[in-house]
Design a protein around this ligand. Structure first.
Ligand code: SOE
Length: 384
């Protein structure tokens, strides 16, 4: 067994999920290459020290550049707001580190392309953390599509709906400021919907969109540690991103698409869904029921033909065999464990992880076209 030393930059929500994945992967996906949780990095010394202790990292640091340059580090995992992704990934590539990066890859198409170019020039392996591809039901849906079970695709619907900022008093966190997040609902959750579509229905040709901000300003949080105001700062700040973004799409396979991403859909806590309708069959998935996949077989001419709900927890289904017997469902945190397991397998085999920065650039190109269309109010081609 060989060890591979990991550095994680970011210790909040995604840092927690990634930390758990590095800790669990050796226990459920035993392998030759084992991740060693060497150092976690963040701006706030007290916060990152507590995270190192809680999540089980050997060391902590507040200087990401020092961490990236360390000779004993093999992999840099970037779990920060999007405005830092490009600088960190390019530095990590130049230092010869393999890279994992949270989605969306960057806050602009040019930055995303620069990240891919740096990684390819350095000859390092790279993965974008589109963790939802690693859900057994989603991976199984991909297999059904590849096996021709839906036939010729006609209509694709992707919706990722949440409701965590509907209260006007919810503060101005980094996800609501363009200078940190790049965009709002579109890049944060719409990027996941776009990734599902690219996985299941191929590449986008063109889009026409609308982007809306319902609440234009919010209270500042002023924690001092973050990037959203000095400690205790008061008053309100301007929301500079979309709360709700929707678009129509034409795919290169000539099918039609409808996409929604919103943080203002009350009761939808983490409602990431897709529906694929083809000549032979249909598929439907809802992250809030993530162990289930709905399948309709149009070739079944029986009187009782209907959508059937498949419980995707059999050992023959992707990833499930590593966990529990049928019906003993898994959760959100397992998606990161699967992603890290696949990343380590790619390193062991010296192959390119999937999804990787090429997927990140393709996703960013759709985000870019959606933003251009919201401005032009016309159909826009997706161009990388
Ligand atoms: C907030 O919208 C968020 O944490 C996203 O940033 C994640 O990518 C998504 O998986 C859950 O919701």
């Amino acid at each position: 067994m060989a060890e591979i030393n990991i550095a994680l930059i970011g210790y909040k929500f995604m840092g927690k999920g990634h930390s758990n994945a590095f800790r669990q992967v050796r226990r459920f996906f035993p392998r030759q290459l084992e991740p060693r949780m060497k150092v976690i990095c963040g701006r706030d010394s007290a916060g990152v020290e507590a995270a190192a202790r809680q999540f089980g990292w050997e060391e902590y640091d507040t200087d990401w550049r020092r961490v990236v340059e360390r000779r004993d580090i093999d992999v840099v995992d970037i779990a920060t707001p999007g405005n830092l992704h490009a600088e960190m990934a390019i530095a990590a590539a130049r230092a010869g580190k393999h890279i994992i990066c949270e989605k969306p890859l960057a806050n602009s198409l040019s930055d995303a392309k620069a990240m891919l170019a740096a990684a390819e020039k350095a000859g390092v392996r790279h993965m974008i953390m589109h963790n939802y591809r690693k859900i057994p039901a989603v991976a199984f849906a991909k297999k059904l599509v590849e096996d021709g079970k839906i036939g010729t695709p006609y209509h694709y619907h992707g919706a990722y709906l949440q409701d965590w900022i509907m209260d006007p008093n919810f503060p101005l966190v980094w996800r609501l400021e363009k200078k940190f997040a790049g965009s709002g609902a579109l890049g944060d959750i719409g990027a996941h919907a776009i990734d599902f579509a690219r996985l299941l229905n191929g590449e986008f040709d063109s889009v026409v969109s609308q982007m809306t901000t319902f609440i234009k300003e919010r209270p500042r949080v002023g924690t001092g540690a973050g990037s959203w105001g000095a400690k205790g700062s008061k008053g309100k700040g301007k929301v500079t991103v979309d709360d709700d973004s929707n678009f129509l799409a034409r795919f290169k396979n000539s099918s039609a698409g409808v996409f929604e991403s919103s943080r203002f859909c009350g009761g939808r806590r983490n409602y990431n869904t897709f529906q694929v309708y083809g000549s032979k069959g249909s598929l439907a998935f809802n992250l809030e029921r993530m162990n289930e996949l709905e399948f309709y077989d149009r070739t079944d001419k029986q009187a009782d033909q209907a959508f059937k709900t498949i419980m995707v927890t059999e050992s023959v289904h992707p990833y499930v065999g590593a966990w529990w017997p049928p019906g003993h469902i898994i959760g959100y945190e397992h998606t990161f464990v699967h992603a890290v397991a696949d990343f380590l397998t790619a390193l062991e085999k010296d192959t390119l992880p999937s999804p990787n920065f090429k997927d990140g650039v393709a996703n960013q190109a759709v985000l870019d076209a959606v933003e251009r269309s919201a401005q032009s109010r016309k159909w826009e081609k997706v161009k990388t």
